[in-house]
Design a protein around this ligand. Structure first.
Ligand code: SF4
Ligand code: SF4
Length: 186
């Protein structure tokens, strides 16, 4: 068997395994194991720093696509309930304009600064989360929200610490990390 054929067979097995997973299985696994597996996932992610950045990105991006082909974020919305995005100046301008407010009014009403002066929501869950778990300002949402959970971005190996932490809040990130770890062993 050529190396390429081995790789294709392994890809097909992975796809089959993914098709067998459904969202509830992933969420149940995350609830039961995210904290329990945190140390080993930290170790695994830390060891990835010794690997080729491009190779790790390729696998991470494949797992990202797979995770979000199974997970429907509108049935979760945990990120909008558990943590605040950072609101940068451009986000504030855009969202304030959307509400026909001054940027300063928007900041005073919704945001507070952390010790570095960066702006985050005053309260969680996010006030822009609708009762149907959809973002009511989706078209103008903060850049952080549009990019969350960052597993599709280049440079996975540079963000291993934050990815390990996000696996506690996001079932998709937990799935991505667990699958990367499991498939690496095969
Ligand atoms: S926590 Fe993760 S899976 Fe849940 S809504 Fe946010 S990005 Fe989607
Ligand atoms: S702005 Fe929208 S996507 Fe961002 S945290 Fe709030 S509800 Fe979620």
């Amino acid at each position: 068997m050529t190396a390429r054929l081995v790789e294709e067979t392994s890809d097909a097995t992975d796809r089959l395994q993914a098709q067998l997973m459904d969202m509830q299985t992933i969420v149940d696994d995350w609830r039961a194991n995210a904290e329990r597996h945190l140390d080993r996932n930290f170790d695994f992610l830390h060891r990835l720093k010794t690997k080729s950045d491009k190779a790790v990105d390729r696998v991470a991006h494949r797992m990202h696509e797979e995770a979000f082909s199974i997970i429907d974020c509108t049935r979760c919305a945990n990120c909008c309930k558990a943590s605040s995005p950072q609101f940068r100046k451009s986000d504030i301008r855009r969202i304030a304009e959307h509400f026909d407010m001054k940027a300063s009014e928007f900041v005073a009403k919704y945001l507070k600064a952390d010790e570095d002066g960066d702006l985050f929501l005053k309260k969680l869950p996010c006030p822009f989360l609708g009762t149907d778990n959809r973002c009511t300002i989706y078209e103008v949402r903060p850049q952080n929200c549009a990019e969350y959970p960052y597993t599709q971005k280049k440079g996975f190996t540079f963000r291993t610490h934050s990815i390990a932490n996000k696996s506690l809040d996001c079932p998709a990130v937990f799935y991505i990390v667990e699958q990367m770890r499991a498939r690496r062993r095969r």
